[in-house]
Design a binder for this molecule. Structure first.
Ligand code: 5GP
Ligand code: MN
Length: 324
């Protein structure tokens, strides 16, 4: 999948014509979601556009070093003439910010790099071989000749660094390194971004990670763990969601080909994180389950209880390993 140059030019025209832009990134935002959203917002504001950056969920405090983080709103008030969806593979990922009644009639530019993207915009810049949505925003900024300020550079570098896990994942390409170099040359601070957005975390994440590791089961080459709400309470973890980095940590075991972490939400739904070693593709399974992602890292949300979600996913993971 490759976005034709004509679509890039149409996207530029739509952005230049728009006055009021609603920018939305995906629920439970990660570094690429927040970085792309802020980089895009700063850049389009330099053109004099009114841009409202939104996300259903409040971004994690670890992104507090990025300029404009507190400007991100959890709802979209006002009238808009263009919606821009960033790092989201389908409309449900936009969460409650996107209102079908108020926004479905508007033109929508989708900028994303998930292989499972459903091309749900009126214009779709979707490039699955690109490591991060931030790289796509950088390309757009350069195409439009907008100034690349240190604020924008740090926001976009956050996307590149978090989605490549500091250039360690299989989606890292020479282009990702070139993008990072350019962002550093324009004031991006690689060490600061890596430390703040990737390495540092609240102590409670470590407690959750520790407990999750103790709970992890290894069946053949499939590792899986559940994190019930009860466990979070026992550990005194304040955040409702997230696995403390457990899914990624499980992939550091030599005995593991694929991994799944099941996080019970307060609503009773279960957030599933899927991971696969190089050569394994968990994205299609996530898509079948109503979610999406990348070959090596994907996810979905399933109805509870936890046990049902586990029983639904595990046989499919075993099959995935058998067929590899
Ligand atoms: P994580 O396991 O770190 O939450 O997510 C890994 C990848 O899967 C990310 O690229 C994320 O965007 C995607 N992903 C996680 N959960 C969902 C989901 O419920 N729906 C979709 N479409 N993608 C998801
Ligand atoms: Mn991303």
């Amino acid at each position: 999948m490759h976005t034709p140059e004509a679509v890039w030019r149409e996207a530029e025209r739509a952005l230049r014509e728009a006055e009021h832009i609603l920018a939305i990134t995906h629920v439970a935002p990660d570094g690429d979601a927040v970085g792309s959203l802020l980089g895009f917002t700063h850049a389009l504001r330099s053109l004099g556009k009114h841009v409202v950056p939104t996300c259903q969920d409040v971004p994690h405090a670890r992104f507090g070093f990025l300029a404009g983080l507190n400007d991100i709103r959890q709802s979209a008030e006002g009238e808009f003439d263009l919606v821009v969806a960033l790092d989201a593979s389908d409309r449900t990922r936009l969460g409650a910010v996107f209102s079908p009644e108020r926004h479905a009639h508007l033109p929508m530019l989708v900028i994303d790099h998930h292989i499972t993207n459903l091309q749900f915009g009126t214009l779709n810049i979707v490039e699955p071989h690109v490591s991060s949505t931030a790289e796509l925003v950088l390309k757009l900024i350069k195409q439009m000749g907008l100034p690349l300020t240190p604020q924008i550079a740090n926001a976009l570098l956050t996307g590149v660094i978090t989605d490549t896990q500091a250039f360690r994942t299989t989606n890292t390409t020479p282009a990702s390194l070139a993008a990072a170099m350019e962002l550093m040359q324009h004031g991006g601070n690689l060490q600061e971004v890596t430390r703040q957005a990737l390495l540092l975390r609240p102590f409670e994440h470590l407690r959750l990670l520790g407990a999750g590791l103790v709970n992890t089961k290894l069946e053949g080459r499939v590792a899986y763990a559940t994190i019930p709400q009860k466990l979070r309470k026992e550990l005194g973890v304040h955040e409702e969601r997230g696995d403390g980095g457990l899914a990624g940590t499980l992939m550091t075991a030599q005995e593991v080909d694929v991994a799944a972490v099941f996080v019970e939400l307060v609503s009773g739904d279960v957030e599933v994180s899927l991971r696969g070693q190089p050569g394994f593709d968990v994205s299609q399974l996530a898509l079948e389950l109503g979610g999406g992602g990348h070959p090596a890292a994907a996810g979905c949300t399933l109805p509870g209880p936890l046990k049902d979600a586990v029983n639904h996913v595990l046989p499919r993971l075993r099959q995935l390993v058998r067929e590899a």
